[in-house]
Design a protein around this ligand. Structure first.
Ligand code: GLN
Ligand code: ZN
Length: 763
């Protein structure tokens, strides 16, 4: 008999992104609702069956979602903002309207806001609450899906977002109340939901409270006590309280006092926490050990996991131990067996990896191995695992002596420009000779269907490399001429050769591999396919020089070299877990540094290193933030500091809240930063009232996410607002972000107005 096993959640887009495809067809009016429901039911059936066949004890249900589990909860508890009232007669269409807005039949409503789920790249739909918010159980999705699985002969464990996490993830849409006070109205609805789950035959329920792994104050702790006292009292269901993404740390006492049947902890993010939790665990509470990483693609190290499992088993007894994934497998791709391209993913690297389906098997095997008499099959699996892990540890593919040597030779000077900004900017101004309020763009220009068709033809071998290069050169020339005509000051080549700002560099760096099907849900029907960083990173050849120097050869105006920074490359990849992330980040920094130096040698005077993802890596717990920010800033500086004073380094950031990390942004010491601002009407500027930003800065003056053409006057007004808190001599004029997703017509019109606005400001 093996120990009990638990999966916190399973990916729901389907092995071949079936859900994405059918949903997008449904939204476009090209598939019926019946088809959509059929595909969804098939995904659920297949997920449950696969886990049942793997021998999992606690198989999740209600982990499926057409868009997002937080939005599901809003719908179920009736937290539906008033603006959707006209759409209430069809539940699914109401749901999609909340997810992405509705513009049809004379109705025009905006979507609900979307934001990142903790420190993942998954986005949830933010619940909206009003002062008089009412909750009612509109729909018990969890009970419906439980019954559906039961009809297939599978008794599942429904998963719910916990009421405290749900409330805290939401937003007050009016003043004069706090959303935590809504708990008295929300809690009875949860209790009702649980009672119905009991009635349909559920035995367990998993309640997710990842907020317990974050810094919380006494009010929230009290809230937890009150909520779980009520839940535990009102239901006979065995409650699995799931925490993940960090340790319980100073919330450990609180969590063990909540008196639930099973407490789940993340032992991938915080392996050391098990001792503390076990020592404090009360009564008969069972511990669910999250040892298999739900957020990465590496094989579990069985020996390491068994060490923890044996330790806990020894202290609690095997009846009080459950083997589990660290968090939901939502953040892992579906099935490694679908990877068949030896060229982009070598067999040796694949051998070190595990996707969701393989992780389920790992959980089952670990539970088997933890038994006093493991099966023969499990013993063989353990031996194979030891060999694979050892193969990875000693592989020549992961270790590159030259990279190690360079890393060891990094001195503080690597992260320092030759002179301070005040000196550099004087030289740069002489070299560049730009007007006051210089204008520029963020990098990409419209990536038309035509441009994308060239790339796909080239990949399929339908056109030659020479043909492809010539087409792109034509596009670059067109882009340069357009910018000259519009009258911009610092030009870009337009990035038409790039499919994705991380993939493009990953494909040219050593230490990266690529999957064919390693899709992970980002939001709604959108999935991303992160590159895999498996080994030491280096840059065998120059990556951008040909394109940039070609662009520069066409004009007398400065053309910006355009690179993605080390923090962003790291953040948007699956990163090796056999060394600290900061080390991998530094290796990428060296590779980017090489490119920066080569660009300078090739005569490029302005180089932009994009870091839009810098804020995303911020740890959940305050105590870890400084270390992260320090290493991120250092990595950026290493990448940027190999050049002379006269070379101007730009960086760009977008779509996060930057006000609370502004001091670290300044420490990056880029000569110029362009930063997203327009959507929040320059809310960012609040930070500059108190904090004097030392270098040059271009607060974005128009939102590139809409085809709308901004007027000259509104951009002038925004810049004047900026000039109130920032010295005008420091200011640049630019859009919010790259123009890749826009059409040429609106791009041209907007940029002409922008240049006009800059001229007005100069006058
Ligand atoms: N240089 C990139 C572009 O213009 C920046 C993209 C981004 O910030 N996400 O597309
Ligand atoms: Zn951007």
């Amino acid at each position: 008999m093996s120990l009990k096993t638990n999966i916190l959640g399973y990916p729901r887009v389907g092995a071949n992104r079936e859900l994405k495809k059918i949903e997008e067809a449904y939204w476009a009016g090209k598939a019926s609702k019946e088809d959509l429901l059929k595909v969804a039911a098939e995904i659920r059936r297949s997920n449950w069956t696969l886990q049942k066949e793997a021998g999992i004890t606690l198989i999740p249900s209600n982990d499926f979602s057409f868009y997002d589990q937080t939005l599901d909860m809003s719908l179920c508890v009736g937290a539906i903002p008033e603006r959707y009232n006209a759409l209430r007669n069809d539940r699914l269409d109401l749901y999609f309207a909340m997810a992405h807005g509705f513009q049809k039949n004379g109705i025009d409503v905006t979507a609900m806001e979307m934001t990142k789920w903790f420190d993942t790249n998954y986005h949830y739909i933010v619940p909206e609450f009003t002062k008089n918010q009412e909750f009612t159980l509109l729909y018990n999705k969890a009970a419906e899906e439980f019954k559906e699985a039961l009809a297939l002969g599978i008794k599942t464990k429904p998963v719910l977002i916990g009421p405290v996490t749900y409330l805290l993830l939401g937003k007050e849409k009016e003043k004069g109340f706090s959303r935590i006070d809504l708990i008295d109205r929300l809690l009875p609805v949860y209790v009702e939901m649980l009672k119905q789950l009991e009635a349909v035959g559920a035995e367990y329920v998993q309640i997710d409270e990842p907020i317990l792994a974050t810094d919380i104050n006494e009010d929230i702790k009290d809230l937890y006590r009150k909520v779980y006292a009520e839940i535990v009292k009102s239901t006979k269901l065995k409650v699995i309280l799931a925490t993940y993404f960090d340790s319980l740390a100073d919330n450990t006492d609180l969590a063990v006092d909540l008196n639930v049947s099973v407490l789940h902890i993340d032992l991938v993010r915080a392996p050391q926490q098990w001792k503390d939790v076990v020592a404090r665990l009360k009564g008969n509470t069972v511990l669910s050990l999250g040892v298999v990483d739900g957020r990465n693609i590496w094989k579990n190290d069985f020996v390491q996991s068994l060490e923890i499992i044996e330790g806990v088993k020894h202290l609690l007894g095997e009846d009080r131990v459950i083997i589990s994934t660290s968090c939901s497998l939502l953040h892992s791709p579906f099935d490694l067996e679908n990877e068949k391209n030896e060229k982009s993913l070598p067999g040796e690297v694949k051998r070190w990896m595990a996707f969701a389906r393989q992780k389920v098997a790992e959980v089952a095997t670990l539970a088997d191995l933890a038994d006093n008499a493991p099966s023969e099959k499990a013993k063989v699996a353990l031996q194979n695992n030891i060999v694979d892990i050892e193969n990875r540890r000693s592989s020549g593919l992961t270790n590159n002596a030259e990279v190690r040597r360079r890393m060891a030779g990094i001195t503080p000077d690597f992260a320092r420009r030759n002179s301070p900004f005040a000196t550099r900017i004087q030289v740069q101004r002489k070299v560049l000779n730009l007007p006051l309020f210089p204008t520029t763009t963020i990098g990409s220009f419209p990536q038309t269907v035509e441009v994308r068709s060239w790339r796909s033809k080239f990949k399929k071998g339908e056109i030659t490399k020479v043909e492809y290069t010539n087409l792109l050169k034509g596009e670059i020339e067109k882009t340069i001429r357009k910018q000259e005509e519009i009258g911009l000051d610092v030009l870009v080549h337009g990035e038409s050769e790039r499919n994705d700002m991380v993939e493009y560099f990953g494909e040219q760096l050593s230490g990266f591999a690529f999957t064919q099907n390693g899709w992970v849900q980002s939001y709604g029907s959108r999935c991303v396919k992160p590159p895999v960083i498996f080994g030491d990173v280096s840059r065998p050849n120059a990556m951008t020089i040909d394109w940039i120097t070609y662009a520069q050869s066409l004009t007398d105006k400065p053309v910006k070299g355009m690179l993605t920074g080390p923090v962003t490359i790291l953040q948007w990849s699956f990163v090796r877990n056999d060394q600290p992330r900061a080390v991998t980040m530094k290796q990428i920094a060296l590779a980017i540094r090489d490119e920066v130096v080569d660009l300078e040698k090739a005569g490029i005077k302005v180089i932009q290193i994009d870091e839009p993802a810098i804020r995303e890596g911020l740890p959940l717990r305050k105590r870890d933030r400084k270390a992260y920010l320090d290493s991120a800033v250092e990595a950026f500086r290493i990448s940027a500091s190999g050049v002379k004073d006269e070379t101007q380094i730009h960086t760009h950031m977008c779509y996060s809240e930057f006000n609370d990390i502004i001091d670290h942004i300044a420490m990056m010491d880029a000569d110029v930063i362009t930063i997203e601002c327009a959507r929040s009407q320059m809310e960012l500027l609040d930070a500059f009232v108190k904090f004097k930003y030392p270098n040059e800065i271009g607060p974005g003056v128009y939102d590139i996410h809409s085809p709308r053409v901004p007027s000259v006057d509104e951009m002038v007004a925004l810049m004047r607002k900026a000039a109130q808190v920032i010295n005008p001599a420091q200011l640049w004029v630019n859009p919010d972000c790259g123009l890749k997703t826009r059409g040429w017509a609106e791009t041209e019109a907007s940029l002409r107005n922008m240049v006009e606005a800059a001229k007005k400001l100069r006058g």
